[in-house]
Design a protein around this ligand. Structure first.
Ligand code: UD1
Length: 363
């Protein structure tokens, strides 16, 4: 009997988006399978999230791994086509904007399997980002599009996506954040990382910041600016490790470099930080909900709501020092304004729509 729904996940940011949708469909008794492409394969980039978030063990692990975009996407296409041909689910659910999302959407569309895209419609309008290409193609092909933020509705409208396919469901990554709030223990992570007073937290992994020598030098300069004010913890993503080392990251005083961290440990550190520097998409959203000032080291963002309504601002390496001073001088206790429907119930809303589509299909 084919599963009603197959979820494809592959890279770290997929896992916290999928967890609430898989759980909600499970509560509805929907037959599901979970495919892990293996785009991220280190335990600390993958397994730890399944444990932390109690996501069921994947039914299939394709073990695709790393490569150039063409190599990785080609391997994903071949492996996913085999799996979906044998499973033939009624619906495929994909998440976010990583290469696994693009490949799964493309394969399913050509096999006539309907696709639901969670976190549709975000646009940075910067096609030098691989994620932007992945978003545009996935949204063009998807049959159901779940939107996390109102501006995404506008983008999809401009791109001619039929309104009946689009659902403003809220943000499942925030479901995961709110559902785990009582596990984020700032005091214990402070002890574990030997942090006595205030501190900052950083993550950097975008190709634009870590792939080229010049960019990596600027990234290290940005980190050094922060350490002039606060000790800084940097869980270092495998991408860019080499380049950042060559750019002198290990010589920055008061910079605590750690391996990538699990979800609960990382968000606990985020919750206790005076500020966060990042180039991640999800962290712009999580800091907004937690009310932690966020400096995004990028020229643009596909998540402008985190600037207009949240705690985020875009910076370049030269502007980091000034931005840090402004954040630290700002009066404490700024009220937190959470974007609409970032309320912990997005997974339920997404599952309800998919459940309705399944009933429609069998009626
Ligand atoms: C991918 C996503 C990006 C997302 C990020 C989150 C795409 C195009 N990019 O970027 O949108 O923000 O994940 O982490 O899909 N590596 C390991 N161990 C792992 C995984 C990767 O060592 O478990 C190394 C490999 O050398 C690989 C490099 O990291 O070449 C980059 O991995 P890749 O999956 O190509 O993209 P990310 O930079 O992780």
């Amino acid at each position: 009997m084919p599963p009603a729904v197959t979820h494809v996940v592959g890279a770290r940011p997929n896992f916290m988006k999928a967890a609430p949708v898989v759980a909600a469909l499970g509560r509805m008794g929907v037959e599901q399978t979970l495919v892990h492409t293996g785009q991220h394969y280190d335990d600390e980039m993958s397994k730890v999230f399944f444990r932390d978030l109690a996501i069921p063990t994947p039914d299939v692990d394709l073990g695709v791994g790393a490569g150039s975009h063409a190599e990785q996407t080609a391997a994903l296409l071949i492996a996913l086509e085999r799996t979906l041909l044998s499973d033939r689910p009624a619906w495929l659910v994909v998440y976010g904007d990583v290469n696994s999302t693009l490949a799964a959407t493309l394969v399913a569309s050509k096999l006539g399997i309907r696709v639901a895209h969670v976190e549709a419609g975000l646009r940075s309008f910067d096609r030098t980002m691989p994620e932007e290409v992945n978003r545009i193609v996935s949204d063009a092909l998807a049959d159901l599009l779940f939107v996390t933020s109102p501006e995404a509705l506008v983008h999809l409208g401009h791109e001619g996506v039929a309104a009946h396919k689009v659902h403003f469901s809220g943000n499942p990554m925030i479901d995961t954040l709110l559902g785990n709030l009582d596990r984020f223990d700032v005091e214990s992570v402070r002890d574990r990382h030997d942090l006595r007073g205030d501190y900052a937290l950083a993550t950097l992994h975008r190709p634009g910041n870590v792939d080229a020598t010049d960019a990596a030098a600027l990234a290290v300069q940005a980190l050094r600016e922060i350490t002039q004010h606060l000790p800084l913890v940097l869980p270092l993503h495998p991408r860019g490790r080499g380049r950042l080392r060559s750019a002198g990251i290990e010589d920055v005083a008061d910079l605590h470099i750690t391996p990538p961290l699990g979800y609960v440990e990382f968000v606990s550190l985020m919750r206790g930080a005076s500020l966060v520097l990042t180039d991640s998409g999800g962290i712009q959203e999580e800091t907004t909900v937690l009310g932690i000032p966020c400096l995004t080291l990028r020229p643009n963002t596909e998540r402008p709501i985190t600037i207009h309504q949240g705690t985020n601002r875009l910076v370049d390496a030269d502007g980091v020092g000034r931005a840090v001073k402004e954040v630290l001088d700002a009066p404490a206790g700024r009220p937190v304004s959470v974007p609409p429907l970032w309320d912990g119930k997005a997974g339920e809303r997404i599952a309800a729509v998919i459940g309705g589509a399944l009933v429609g299909a069998t009626a």
